[in-house]
Write a protein that binds this ligand. Structure first.
Ligand code: ADP
Ligand code: ZN
Ligand code: ZN
Length: 818
């Protein structure tokens, strides 16, 4: 009987598709294996088998799969369940989840290859863009479209290619691109038998070739072929090194058919064993908190650990991990930011050595593929340390998930779908494995705080810093007043400068926090007020002095800084506002002796860049560290005595219901970097809103007062944690049509969800990459069944798209937006 498979494709398609299995592989295809299938106009997609069965679909003609890629599944049953949950809850497709979950090396993709036709002769001169492509192809006759697009800088390259194809100037074919290549090692072995008799014959033969003989002898020694037991494998490189001969000597022996070279697959994963040290004993307060966490896991699946900065939460995690491993379980340790992994990795490696695996996006993809494969087997890592995407890794026996700095909004994936929150998803994942989740932070998210208060989560507090150093003293500085009196030096108050001087004199370190990167967030024409904007997106551009260019932080497009204003031809374009790069420049003038480093998105594009900035600061090579919110996240330095918050107002004035919560968290966290080891630190908090309640709460470190105030407002205005938010985004190239469609959709939503629907509105960035955007907010009661709301939303979407006029509408959702 013919067998069929249902597969998920890496595309935003609402359902799975069915293919038939050719007889040769029908028995070998299992659920969770990858298969290559044709779909639409493309010949190759890597799809994942959801189901194997015997019923032929009736609505469409079934095609055979083209190839089976795996002998055993690369996805475990628990992962399927998890993917399904993510797709359901975050209103996206399993294809979206698939794209996000798998490292790209496991998703072979097809590439269109363009090939130059050597017989082509043009009748007439070609248009410039077409000629440009042909020129590139004469250099290298076969190239993939993505490379051509990059090299040529042509935007709509497909139309150019189509035209060239019509003229028969090129050929086009499709190829499966393999991105993952196993790492191999060249090894050497004897060709033919390797007994004593033969070896003596060989020694004789080589008696007049002393170098070759020496190499053979060395091989005999390294491999132990003449000893008892199975001979050891011998790497080519090592053999040549130890025999101290040139590769040509070995080649000679290969030519004589005495040796043969073969390739052996070796892993890329770090196997180096560091010296393992004992766990630090917990102090009295930490031990009590540890016991309370363990106790709470008896009754509840999730526990919130609210511990002030530098109370030693990480030490508690380490003890919990040790306990979980002792019980034969695996642990997933989530961090919000790559910047943090360096320090935590070191602390964990000291205790757990090679049992720790690290998974993050700045790692080479091939390494991620290997970690994935390792996790599939019985010998997976005991602990995985990673950023949000590590929730997608396979686990055999997950017992504990730790979500460190659980309040961080980087746990939420923004674009593209799935727009999941790794904290919520981790809790669900843990529950699927019967595992426990610990959320740790000094400044809980209001959602987690509320869940703990209502008894859904366990709740443990740790109020003493390790070594009982007092929390830093926070000194507010009214910069409005200082600006008026012209007493500010750039962005620095006299007090901050004085404290910095004192600290530097005593060889102590300083952290300066500015919530923006770049040199000046905006450039403005002094005459007419013109501000350069991105042509794709409706946002003003940021000036980057290092490259002397304007960049769009949404689409990444860079522009030359114009010499004069295109609106009035005025030549005075001035910088407004101050980013981290500008601060760095000013500091170098104010403190020419000090070693200064900057940590923001621009200076940390590579994994080693992060590590270097952090290591230099740790080792005291840097005196002043300037950074965006990256410097606020859980970093642990010993000698920081002064922290400067340069401008609290940008955080307070951000137009979002979470801005006060977020401002409090950022300021409390960055303040927490001061005075962790030796003496009490000081924080200079510069603000124009000296009387703002949040400023008072930060100074008093009164988290509960902040939460209390926020909860009242959230309840009053129907926001989380009392209401669940779903943002419905609508996109179209045609602005007028979009307005019309958005209005119709909002009416339909109101008919179902009543006055809990807001909008349609223009989001702060109302156009991205040439698409116009509208946003509708739907508020859903926290305890209303989410499944029902989801069905209604999707029904309305289907109704809209079924209407001929609205077919071009793009709809997507952001559930629990941040
Ligand atoms: P948190 O995560 O709560 O901010 P950390 O776990 O980073 O705090 O601890 C702050 C510092 O104190 C770290 O350098 C850590 O090594 C040290 N520390 C905390 N608890 C202990 C302990 N029980 N034994 C030794 N050192 C500790
Ligand atoms: Zn842009
Ligand atoms: Zn102008």
């Amino acid at each position: 009987m013919k067998k069929y498979v249902d597969v998920i494709l890496p595309l935003p398609l609402p359902k799975s598709f069915t293919y038939s299995l050719p007889d040769e592989c029908a028995e070998d295809v299992k659920i969770g294996c990858r298969v290559v299938v044709p779909f639409g106009r493309k010949k190759f997609y890597t799809a994942i088998v959801l189901n194997v069965h015997y019923c032929a679909p009736t609505e469409y003609e079934v095609k055979d799969i083209s190839a089976l890629l795996d002998a055993s599944p690369i996805l475990l049953p628990a992962q399927f369940k998890f993917w399904e949950w993510i797709a359901d809850y975050y209103l996206c497709t399993q294809g979206d989840v698939y794209k996000a979950a798998l490292p790209s090396g496991l998703k072979l993709e097809s590439e269109t290859i363009v090939e130059y036709n050597p017989d082509f002769e043009a009748d007439a001169p070609l248009p410039e863009r077409e000629q440009h492509i042909l020129d590139l192809l004469t250099v290298d006759s076969q190239q993939c479209v993505t490379k051509l697009e990059k090299d040529s800088g042509i935007k709509n390259i497909l139309t150019v290619i189509k035209s060239l194809l019509d003229k028969e100037a090129i050929f086009v074919k499709e190829e499966l691109r393999r991105t993952y290549k196993p790492k191999t090692e060249a090894r050497v072995r004897l060709a033919g038998t390797a007994d004593e008799k033969r070896l003596h014959i060989l020694f004789d033969i080589l008696s007049r070739a002393p170098k070759q003989l020496a190499l053979l002898m060395k091989y005999v020694e390294c491999s132990g072929v003449l000893g008892a037991g199975t001979p050891k494998e011998v790497s080519k490189k090592e053999l040549l090194q130890r025999a101290n001969v040139a590769p040509s000597v070995l080649n000679g022996l290969v030519d004589k058919k005495i040796f043969e070279i073969y390739y052996h697959e070796i892993g890329r994963l770090d196997k180096q064993e560091k010296e393992i040290v004992e766990l630090n004993p917990l102090n009295e307060f930490q031990q009590r908190a540890f016991d309370e966490v363990v106790q709470s896991f008896q009754e509840k699946n999730v526990c919130l650990l609210h511990g002030v900065t530098s109370s030693g939460k990480t030490e508690i995690y380490i003890h919990l991990i040790e306990e979980a491993i002792r019980q034969g379980k695996q642990v997933l340790y989530l961090l919000p930011e790559i910047a943090l992994t360096t320090q935590i990795t070191e602390r964990l490696q000291r205790v757990f050595g090679a049992r720790l695996g690290i998974y993050h996006s700045k790692f080479p993809d091939a390494e991620r593929v290997e970690i994935w494969r390792k996790q599939l087997g019985e010998n997976g890592y005991d602990i995985i340390l990673g950023v949000r995407s590590s929730i997608f890794l396979p686990f055999q026996n997950l017992g504990l998930v730790i979500v460190d700095e659980e309040h961080e909004n980087t746990y939420k994936q923004q674009d593209p779908a799935p727009r999941y929150h790794a904290r919520s998803a981790a809790i669900v994942l843990a529950a699927m494995y019967g595992a426990k989740t610990l959320l740790g932070t000094a400044t809980p998210s209001i959602e987690s705080w509320q869940n703990a208060r209502e008894g859904k989560y366990g709740f443990v507090q740790l109020k003493e810093r390790y070594k009982e150093i007092q929390l830093p003293e926070i000194i507010p500085v009214d910069i409005k007043e200082l600006h008026r009196k012209k007493r500010m030096v750039g962005q620095f108050s006299p007090l901050l400068i004085q404290y910095m001087k004192e600290a530097l004199e005593q060889k102590e370190q300083v952290i300066l926090f500015q919530n923006r990167r770049g040199f000046a967030p905006m450039v403005e024409c002094r005459t007419c007020g013109w501000v350069p904007k991105c042509k794709n997106c409706d946002v003003s551009l940021t000036y980057h002095k290092g490259i002397n260019q304007l960049t769009c932080h949404y689409c990444g497009y860079t522009y030359q800084l114009p010499k004069s204003c295109p609106a009035c031809e005025g030549t005075e374009l001035v910088n407004r506002g101050f980013g981290t790069e500008k601060i760095e420049d000013d500091i170098k003038i104010l403190f020419p002796e000090a070693a200064v480093a900057r940590m923001d998105l621009d200076t940390t594009r590579t994994r080693s860049a992060y590590e270097k900035i952090i290591a230099d600061f740790e080792q005291g090579k840097t005196d002043i560290l300037i950074g965006t919110q990256m410097v606020s996240k859980g970093l642990d330095f010993d000698h920081v005595s002064i922290v400067g918050i340069l401008n609290a107002d940008t955080m307070l004035n951000y137009p979002d219901f979470r801005s006060y919560e977020r401002a409090f968290q950022l300021m409390a966290q960055v303040a927490g970097r001061a005075g962790r080891k030796n003496k009490r630190g000081r924080v200079v908090l510069q603000t124009k809103s000296i009387d703002h309640p949040i400023i008072h709460q930060v100074i008093a470190n009164d988290y509960e007062d902040m939460v209390g105030g926020q909860l009242v407002e959230r309840q009053m205005f129907h926001y989380p944690p009392y209401y669940r938010l779903v943002y419905v985004y609508l996109k179209n190239h045609n602005e007028a049509l979009l307005d019309q469609m958005a209005a119709v959709m909002a009416d339909k939503l109101r008919a179902v969800f009543g006055n809990r629907v807001l909008g349609p509105d223009k989001p702060p960035v109302a156009r991205i990459q040439t698409l116009f955007i509208k946003k509708i907010v739907v508020k859903i009661e926290q305890n209303a069944p989410m499944g029902r709301a989801r069905e209604l939303l999707l029904r309305i979407q289907r109704e809209m798209l079924a209407d001929e006029r609205y077919k071009s509408l793009i709809v997507y959702y952001d559930v629990d937006p941040m």
